[in-house]
Design a protein around this ligand. Structure first.
Ligand code: FUC
Length: 799
């Protein structure tokens, strides 16, 4: 095998596991590809050494095309996305638009719910939980009972039609430039494909080149499981269709995917629903996608006009200009943080091999890659003006996806945004803020109609139509805390950035949510406190044949935060004394966290934990207080922290993707780096990480990727008890390393370097300026940093 890399014929590959020499050759080939494609030098200048190192670190790469979707590589501009298979004879580019969901606008609320509410509460107070749940199932649920699914657009398929031997095959995804490439040699010609989804020009760009003239020939066509047809429109090929009816909701959306070919040399013709390119020197494909979705209650957009305008605008620019704008905008966000956890020989292998070996090899750079991949994914699926990251981010190849690939807000959507603030991607939270603005409107109707309450409420799911009533069944859905939890993410957005204007926008949303609870909390005879009812502890059945009950630990913790944040915000913004007093009174009436007979933190108001039927349940809702909230901490509340630890031990480490990711963060908050690291190893194991590094919650759920990255950040830096804690849970496995650009609450950016498991130096920058209480181990320093200034600390400063 002359070039020693992947060799391929008729769909079969040889040379899967490479020798070290082969690996070097493959890396060199990749660098040549990158240079040829201009991936690393926006201005076309030569590659700098630092770029070389960065490119090698932040790279996913493979020696054969993807056979299945979880091997394909994702690109996205926040709004539209592609899964790239990298096939030689047949390239599949699976397309998504983040607004293409089934059904159409609907109102899920039902006055029957309000009528049944007193009786459901009475049954719960009487301990007749199953009867309460059955009654709620019949009377208190949304219409329709389930939410429609996120849907695929279809695929753009390129057929090359050459089946001879392939050598030197490589496909990769460069996280640093957000460009994917495919490169291979066939019959003496080296072919390259470069692909990106531009957030600047809102198009997908695919460039096909060869190192011989007139060598690029292929057919491009669309395939889709959706109701759609292909037609030619001027110089473009168009896939025009609709979404599908779902859950009894008629199909309300139109969509279009439109591709145009710009060729250098050769011929291009459109016939029989395909674009045929023959003997070109190189080809640029531009793809625009749009739907008629404008807002949750407005589907009057014109996808044909939108996609046509986008293609016209992009086609007026050169490939170099499109690429340079794309790379610069991506790097503006991605380049803020670097992470080096050390590198071993394991890092020289292709990404799928590294994942396969992860349980048995020392590959700290794989954890760093996982961390940066999550940052890449968040930038690629959640940008200002787009929809928030859903259960699969932006990427889904089905008309009916697992759990609808929508927004599950009893953990999953919140987890998607856990790394946003700490890993310096605050802008990516903007779509979540927009979603909360919208569900505060739809949720006000649910509050009014279903509960007779003021304010707004959301339950355990929402969707593109901003449904807020309880769905699926009372056992999962009748949990009125989804909005309150999302607001905790948004409070963090304020707390990290300290932008008063943002707080002024957030405040009415928090006030609306708090008002709902002021109206609906009920008196608990036993404790004399105020509690939620009906509710549940996400999705964990208690010992009495149901989940439905009252006053769960997580609800009390969420409300403690919500009321506290309302009070703090009102203090900063001024005014609202009556409301503040009401929040303070309600907060004081919330029953405190309780420690149960096994020494555990009680998940429920009563000490039911040890009798609950699912002892190893994936959700650890009552540990919200430990993470992401900081109500429970090892220094601030040691007894509760010890109880939380007991609960975590009882639950066990083994769970599916996102649940593992939560446990990493929790162990980090318990300051146990070794344990956090062992759980991270479970996440990186092939049973939870697919070859394309997507998190397996079989099939795929992106929350584990994001929660895992948040956990890695949490091992290196924490903001709890009003302190910035350096290296709080550094595992022995990461002896030497460096992280740059993490953010801390209060408006700071921090670089940390460590050697031999000890702090070498920390550099704090005051983004908004202020005083930071910085902790290393038992020692605390107070540092005043002016806006724009920085301060360097070493271990000696903490002696
Ligand atoms: C919650 C979890 C499930 C899954 C779903 C999307 O219901 O309990 O595991 O992640 O969301």
């Amino acid at each position: 095998m002359p070039d020693g890399v992947g060799r391929y014929a008729g769909g079969r590959f040889k040379g899967d596991d490479m020798s070290d020499e082969q690996t070097k050759i493959s890396r060199r080939a990749a660098l040549q590809t990158a240079l040829a494609l201009g991936a690393y030098s926006a201005g076309g200048s030569r590659l700098a050494l630092a770029d070389d190192a960065r490119a090698a670190t932040n790279m996913l790469w493979y020696q054969k095309p993807a056979q299945v979707w979880t091997e394909a590589l994702p690109i996205g501009n926040g709004r539209i996305g592609v899964m790239i298979f990298g096939g030689v004879a047949r390239e599949r580019l699976q397309l998504n638009d983040d607004t293409l969901y089934g059904g159409g606008p609907y109102d899920p609320s039902d006055p029957q719910a309000r009528a049944a509410l007193p009786q459901v509460r009475q049954l719960i107070a009487a301990g007749r939980y199953k009867e309460a749940q059955d009654l709620a199932d019949g009377k208190m649920m949304a219409h329709p009972l389930r939410m429609p699914s996120y849907q695929t657009v279809g695929e753009l398929v390129l057929t090359m039609g050459v089946s001879s031997y392939v050598s030197n095959y490589r496909r990769d995804l460069d996280l640093d430039s957000a460009m994917a490439s495919v490169r291979y040699a066939q019959e003496g010609v080296t072919f390259t494909r470069a692909m990106f989804a531009s957030p600047v020009d809102d198009v997908i760009v695919v460039r096909l080149t060869a190192d011989h003239p007139n060598a690029v020939s292929f057919q491009a066509g669309f395939e889709t499981p959706m109701p759609a047809a292909v037609r030619a429109d001027g110089g473009a090929l168009v896939l025009a269709g609709t979404n599908t009816p779902q859950e009894g909701l008629p199909a309300a959306l139109k969509y279009e995917a439109r591709v145009r070919v710009i060729n250098d040399g050769g011929d291009v013709a459109i016939r029989d629903g395909e674009i045929s390119v023959s003997r070109a020197n190189s080809v640029l494909l531009l793809v625009a996608i749009a739907t008629s979705y404008r807002r949750y209650d407005d589907v009057s957009g014109d996808p044909a006009a939108i996609s046509r305008a986008r293609l016209d605008a992009a086609a007026a620019k050169s490939y170099e200009a499109l690429r340079a704008a794309h790379v610069a905008e991506h790097r503006r966000l991605f380049g803020r943080v670097s992470l080096d956890l050390g590198t071993t020989g394991a890092a020289d292998k292709p990404t799928d091999v590294r994942i396969r070996n992860s349980a048995t090899t020392d590959d700290p750079a794989l954890a760093a890659l996982y961390f940066q991949y999550a940052r890449y994914l968040l930038i690629s699926c959640s940008r200002p003006g787009t929809q928030p990251a859903n259960l699969q981010g932006l990427w889904n190849d089905m008309p009916s996806a697992p759990w609808g690939s929508k927004y599950t807000i009893n953990i999953n959507t919140e987890m998607n945004y856990w790394p946003a603030e700490s890993t310096n991607l605050a802008e990516c939270v903007s779509p979540l803020m927009q979603l909360v603005r919208e569900i505060s409107v739809t949720g006000a109707r649910t509050a009014q109609v279903n509960y007779g309450a003021r304010g707004w409420v959301a339950h355990h799911n929402t969707d593109i139509w901003r449904g807020t009533a309880a769905i699926d069944g009372a056992q999962w859905g009748l949990w009125p805390m989804g909005g309150a939890w999302l607001l905790q993410n948004l409070w963090d957005h304020y707390d990290y950035g300290r932008d008063r204007a943002f707080l002024a926008e957030l405040y009415p949303l928090m006030k609306g949510a708090a008002t709902f609870f002021l109206d609906t909390l009920v008196h608990d005879e036993k404790s004399g406190g105020w509690i939620t009812s009906p509710t549940l502890s996400p999705e964990n059945p208690h010992p009495f044949g149901a989940t439905l009950c009252a006053g769960t630990a997580m609800d009390r913790q969420l409300l403690r935060d919500l009321f506290a944040h309302c009070i703090e915000a009102a203090g900063i913004l001024g005014g609202d004394r009556k409301f503040v007093a009401a929040c303070a009174a309600a907060r004081a009436k919330l029953p405190a966290d309780r420690i149960g007979k096994a020494g555990q933190l009680q998940e429920w108001l009563e000490d039911w934990d040890m009798e609950a039927p699912e002892q190893n349940h994936r959700h650890v809702s009552h540990l919200y207080g430990l993470y992401p909230s900081g109500q429970i901490s090892v220094r601030g509340t040691p007894a509760l922290a010890a109880a939380a630890k007991k609960s975590l031990e009882l639950r066990g480490d083994l769970a599916t993707g996102w649940a593992i990711a939560w446990r990493i963060n929790l162990w980090a908050r318990l300051r146990d780096g070794a344990h956090a690291h062992s759980v991270l190893k479970l996440l990186l194991d092939p049973s939870r990480t697919y070859p394309n590094m997507f998190d397996a919650h079989p099939p795929f759920q992106i929350d584990g990727n994001f929660g895992g990255a948040a956990g890695i950040a949490e091992m290196l830096l924490q903001c709890v008890d009003g302190e910035v804690v350096l290296l709080p849970a550094l595992p022995p496995a990461w002896k030497d390393g460096e992280v740059r650009g993490l953010r801390a609450r209060g408006g700071f950016e921090i670089d940390i370097r460590w050697r031999d498991g000890r702090l070498a130096s920390a550099q704090l920058r005051g983004v908004s300026g202020g005083t930071a209480r910085v902790r290393l181990g038992e020692s605390l320093r107070t540092v005043k940093i002016a806006k724009g200034a920085s301060q360097r600390l070493t271990a000696a400063d903490f002696a």
